[in-house]
Design a protein around this ligand. Structure first.
Ligand SMILES: C[S@@+](CC[C@H](N)C(=O)[O-])C[C@H]1O[C@@H](n2cnc3c(N)ncnc32)[C@H](O)[C@@H]1O
Length: 215
């Protein structure tokens, strides 16, 4: 179960580890907004998820490092043009990224779903990414339930918005309900694999499910 972000960030040990983290240092050099960029880079290098011409939704996108990576991966190396579409969604504000449409709001709300539909003009997308994390209360049982519910709703969102051969990437915390969630994903998609990128801390229970081709 993840510890609340707020609690972590006020902890001197966390601050020290953050400053010394090689992925944090690298992200500053590379101009990424967060170290989590390297998780998506590793996933995409290995599994070739994002290609120029695709439409991609980035759920829980702020501060925006995954959207930065998606933009790079949609760039045609020959022309330097971004080919495709990126729609980033988050409850929080996000600094704009040129070429990325940002929808602020809770993806579970109808008005946000309507705004997305309008942006996509009713079309489906190739990839749904979810690096979302629920706001945690510190009460373990309640927090586990919140994370699971968020994952289930992200899966519903993916089913609703993906093309039949689309890909869903979802951050999941190993723990209560994890194996059941993997089973539901396996019933929904033809191929489901669990990935733990190097940039994902070994102390964190998070893993990423890579789900391909809707059944
Ligand atoms: C770990 S951060 C994502 C980091 C991002 N992938 C990056 O690389 O910059 C998780 C985000 O999920 C967002 N989030 C959580 N629940 C959400 C919801 N119901 N709808 C939209 N965004 C949500 C949070 O606001 C937070 O910004």
């Amino acid at each position: 179960m993840p510890i609340s972000e707020k609690k972590l960030r006020s902890n001197p040990a966390w601050i020290k580890r953050h400053i010394n983290d090689p992925f944090v240092k690298q992200s500053v050099k590379d101009g990424y907004r967060a170290r989590s960029a390297y998780k998506l880079i590793e996933l995409d290098d290995k599994d070739k998820i994002i290609k120029p011409g695709m439409k991609v939704v980035d759920l829980g996108a702020a501060p925006g490092s995954w959207s930065q990576v998606v933009k790079q991966r949609l760039t045609n190396p020959k022309t330097g043009e971004v080919e495709g579409r990126i729609i980033a969604m988050d409850i929080l504000e996000m600094e704009p990224i040129e070429g990325v449409n940002f929808l602020q709001g809770d993806f579970r709300e109808q008005d946000v779903a309507d705004a997305l539909e309008e942006l996509l003009e009713g079309e489906k997308v190739d990839v749904v990414l979810s690096d979302m994390a629920a706001n945690l209360s510190g009460v373990a049982v309640a927090d586990a339930a919140r994370c699971l519910l968020l994952n289930e709703l992200a899966l519903d969102f993916a089913k609703e918005n993906l093309k039949p051969n689309g890909t869903f990437v979802c951050k999941v915390f190993q723990g209560s309900g994890f194996s059941q969630y993997v089973e539901v994903c396996k019933k929904t998609f033809r191929k489901v694999v669990v990935r733990k990128p190097e940039a994902s801390r070994t102390t964190s229970a998070e893993v990423y499910l890579l789900c391909r081709i809707l059944k």
